[in-house]
Design a protein around this ligand. Sequence first.
Ligand code: NDP
Length: 331
Amino acid sequence: MFNALVVEKDEESGKTSAAVKQITVDDLPEAEVLVAVEYSTVNYKDGLCIGPGGGLVRKYPHVPGIDFAGTVEESRDARYKPGDKVVLTGWRVGEAHWGGYAQKARVLADWLVPLPEGLDTRQAMAVGTAGFTAMLAVMALEDHGLVPGHGPVLVTGAAGGVGSVATAILAQLGHEVAAVTGRPEQEAYLRSLGATRIVAREELTEVTRKPLESEQWAGCVDAVAGAVLGRGLKQMKYGTSVAAIGLAGGAAIEGALITPFILRGVNLLGIDSVMQPYENRVRAWGRIARDLPMDKLEAMVAPATLADLPRLGAEILKGQVRGRVVVDVNG
Ligand code: NDP
């Protein structure tokens, strides 16, 4: 028997409830590799899946946790053997398949990557899906010509998980970072990660009828969409790119949309961490181990246990979590 955060649904009322329960290996979904999970994290999607699911969870009872790091215990796939350290992000684990909020998880070998050299399992989950996606965003901007020295890179939702890691990576790579936050009290935190400028969220949510504004940003990692992205797009420099990751501020992009693309040649790059091929995942984790300063990573992290998850799931949906939460599933 081992501990897991199990979400159940009452069929009559349709209400869901989450609680730490004891389950067995036989309860886990059938798959090739059994992993002794050490750490998982709290991402925005986890908040949805701990609650009513938001359309992500297909079947109850459910074990959420969209990412985890741990040690292989049993494997029917030649690529992994007992004792190997592994990381998992994506592939709808924690949504369509039971995830990392348990002391053991059984998953397909294709979904795993070996723990990158230079990171331990806790550090890998301090990065987690949010940080992995931030790295994918930076790599996409680089592939489209982003180099330091051409002006500040805008990071939205900066005090959140994706935004914190993106800020630290970009600063480490020598970029000026303009961090957009709705929490002015997080200014010192964001500056400690390397932000050179703090932009109040309201500056980018004020409605303007102008189709374009002064060129300011050499690139953008956007975690919020909505009004903030609509306004930020109008301020992009000619020929630059926006890596769009998430929609914490709304599913629509608001504003005069077409002008930045046709009059300034701005690129909108969609970033999806879920279905990344193995080679890309290994490349991104290698870059994380190389380009993300571990002292800054530590400054982002708050510890948690399985019992804290119902509270934290609600908090992340309200934008109240700062940086990254690392869940010690054995704690
Ligand atoms: P967090 O909740 O940690 O961070 C989101 C941040 O967005 C908040 O901290 C807040 O930052 C800001 N924010 C919250 N509400 C609003 C609002 N109404 N308007 C403007 N800004 C707001 O989430 P993550 O960083 O983990 O994820 C961010 C988004 O990225 C989510 O939508 C998530 O689903 C998505 N995502 C997508 C992935 C992909 O593969 N494409 C992978 C990972 C995440 P502040 O307080 O600084 O303003």
